[in-house]
Design a protein around this ligand. Sequence first.
Ligand SMILES: C[S@@+](CC[C@H](N)C(=O)[O-])C[C@H]1O[C@@H](n2cnc3c(N)ncnc32)[C@H](O)[C@@H]1O
Length: 279
Amino acid sequence: MALVAPRALLAVRAARVIPRFGQALAWSVRSREIANFTYDTTRESQLLLGAVIAEISNRPIAEIVAYIDELNADKAIAEHVAGIAQTRDSRWNVDPGFKPGRRLAFYLLARALKPRRVVEAGVDKGLGGLLLSRALTLNRAEGHAGDYLGIELDPAKPIPLYEQWPEKIGHIIRGSSTEILRGQGAPIDLFIHDTIPEAGHMTDQLATVRSLMAPSGVIASTWTTPELIDHALQCNLKLLTHQEELADHWFPGDRIAFIYGYGIMGNSDKGVTSLDAHV
Ligand SMILES: C[S@@+](CC[C@H](N)C(=O)[O-])C[C@H]1O[C@@H](n2cnc3c(N)ncnc32)[C@H](O)[C@@H]1O
C-alpha cells in the first residue's frame, strides 16, 4: 500500500498526463477541429516514416527526405490552407495552419512511387486530395503522368481544400467507396484507405480493392486493425506500419499501415489462414 502513491506518480509522469492535459486545454481553445485532426509530427517521426516509405518504394532514403523537406517548405500549399480557413464556410472547422499529419505518408508515397492512378477512399475537407494533387503535379513536371480519384460518402460535404485548389488533379465521386470501387477497372497504383476503421467495411473494402491493385501497388491505411492484419497475412502480402509521434498535440497519432507486394507474392492465398489462429 505504501508504494501506491509513488507508483501512481511515476505512471502519471511517464504517461505525460499533465503535459497532455495542458495540450488538450490549449487545443480546445485554439483549434476549430472536432474530427479528422491535423497536426505536426516530430522530425524524428517524419524521418522514421521516410525510412518505411524508402523500403516500400525501393528508393534511396535521401530522396524521400528531400520530399519531406519539399512539403515542409511548400508555401503555396500553406497559403492555400490559410486562405480556405478564412472563408465563410470553413472558418469554423478548418485551422489556418498547414499541418499535414498522416497525409505526409500519402504525399511521400505519391512522390516516391510515381503512381499512374491514385484512389483515396474518404476525402472529408480534401487535405489528402490537395497533397496528392500537389504530388502528382510535381511528378508530371518530372515526366511521370498520374491521375487522382477521391471517393466521399457524404453527398453534401464541402471539399474546399481540394476543390478550390487551382491545380487540382482528377475528380471526386460521391458514394460508398466499396460500391464505387466495384465499378472501377484495374490497376490502382496507390490506394488510400481513409474512410472508417469499422471491421465489416474494412474487410469488404480490402477484399474489393485487392483485385484492382497493380502488381507494384501500395495500400496506405490510416488504421492498423485486426482485419487489415488478417487480410495481409491471409493474402500473403507485405505489411509495414508506422506509429506517428506528434509535436505538441494531445492526439496519440495514427498507426498507419502499408500493404504491398501484390506482384511479388503472386497475390495468391498462400498466407496463414487467420490472425486468430496464431494468437
Ligand atoms: C478520416 S476522413 C478522411 C480524411 C481525408 N482523407 C483527409 O486527408 O483529410 C473520413 C471520411 O470518409 C468518409 N466516409 C466514411 N465512410 C465512407 C465510405 N464508405 N465511402 C466513402 N467515404 C466514406 C466520411 O464522410 C469522411 O469524410
